[in-house]
Design a protein around this ligand. Sequence first.
Ligand code: C2E
Ligand code: CA
Ligand code: CA
Length: 545
Amino acid sequence: MRSLARYGHLFSQRFNSRIRAAVTTAVVGTVAIALLSSIAFGYARAQILHEEFGKLNAIAAEVLHRSERSSDQVRDAIGELQRQDAPPCSPQNLALMEQLDLKYGQLHGVGYVADNRLMCSSYGRHGGGILLPTPTYQHTLGGPGGLALLRKVNLSLSGEIGSEPVVVVTSAANGYSAIVSPTLPIDVYTKDPNVSLGTVLYGTSEVRMSRGTYNPAWRTRLGDQSHVEYLEHDRIVSLWRSSRYDYFAFAAIPADEATARIHQAGALIFSCAAFAMALLTFLTVLLGRKQVPLSECIREGLRRSEFYLVYQPVVDLKTGRWVGAEALLRWRRATGEHVRPDAFIPVAEESNLIGKLTDHVFELAIKDLAGFFKRYPDFHIAINVSSSEMQSAEIVSRLNGFVARAPGANQRNFVIEATERSLIEPETARGIFQKLRESGLAVAIDDFGTGFSSLCYLQSLSVDYLKIDKSFVDAIDTASVKNFVVEHIIGMAKDLQLRLIAEGVENEEQAGFLRDRGVEYAQGWHFAKAMPFDEFLASLNRQTA
Ligand code: C2E
Ligand code: CA
Ligand code: CA
């Protein structure tokens, strides 16, 4: 339970404010993209339906318009015949019928029906009359014609009518009739064979004329409104009710084309949204990473104990024995990435974090070295101190404070390594070096030979060791000018009675060269690389056993 809580704590620490900000940005952005794409999809869907309804409404309105015009002509023709006083099939009336047939273009003819027989028409007299089927439905004509009886019939009266069935609309009041085509109103121009259209009696819901299918539920949906349009599960429907006649027009098309277009728009919008979300996540991760400066990472690394020490032995060149070791800092980040000291030490120096890092090095060393000096009282551990820290005398008490807290250790077990850059202010440096040595700590000039400017102060400086920089050791088996400089440095150190430690010794030739010229100590991969404390201690124990 406790370890779970600890894990939770570590986890929450890991989600530092920047990461939280990045995550918040990503989440808010994702929600916004999802919301916007939903709105865009809703708009696209409405737009597609609006277009489809527009087309369909125009068709249904055209059907209604043609039906009404046809009904108007039926009503007017019957009205004109009724106003005539002559007997229905008199020559005078037959002449009028012919005229009316010409006058009303929507009509195939006009005539007179008695006892279910068409007695005469604009085509002439029909002898004893043509027997008609009983009327199938009726509706009000409007005007003096009153109720109209309608029946569908095949009449072969002329080439105009042909063999197509016609509708005979008869006034129940006077028998005058109009002959109309049942398909004329629905012969609306439409390229689409899937369009269903027609007219339906409003009162009885009977279909007057239709092409394609009619769903009786549409009448219910229309209610007492003059127009409705809607999306049925598989069809788009538009209904228009006549304001003058007892019927309404309908038009319907399958919804698949509209649904396909809606799906297409949806796929496009949502894939764009998915891409935008992926891009947003990528960018926030990228920015989130980029935004965190290394100095902040160092701070966090300190909080999360991501640093540890490795130890590189310092070897006595005569005996080959390990006489000391340099503590070198390592940083393994939570991500598993190793950051080189060459990369983070300069950043720590620039951002005033180097003091915290040095403190941490001492804490880590004290922890590692608990009990160590009881067994190895003459061993020394070298600690690197940054040149910026060497500019104030406060470093002396700070370092001594640490040594005091190291159990079983005393000042002579520690060497403070400072580079030549520490000598920028020679007077200050001289004082500090002096005080460090007086307190019992040993002092080494690190990377010696790389900062020539202060060489001349060496004489007046109080130090214990010079660490010959690796670049000079590298030059030993070459004929370069640096080779000559090594001999010069060695000679000078002897004159000043300073002990020398050669850095970065990688082979026996270099070791032999240095040994032959009286260099006492060396460090380098030829002897040992820097290693974790456990490994270092085990090797040392084996060596002394
Ligand atoms: P440095 O103090 O001169 O440390 C010696 C560097 O040379 C170390 O690199 C070490 O691993 C490497 N080295 C040792 N022997 C050989 C060898 O035979 N061949 C080669 N090629 N390299 C060898 P590292 O640990 O990467 O440290 C680099 C620098 O980072 C150090 O140079 C030092 O300036 C700085 N540094 C490391 N740890 C600390 C620290 O705790 N505090 C401070 N202030 N600086 C540190
Ligand atoms: Ca060093
Ligand atoms: Ca060095």
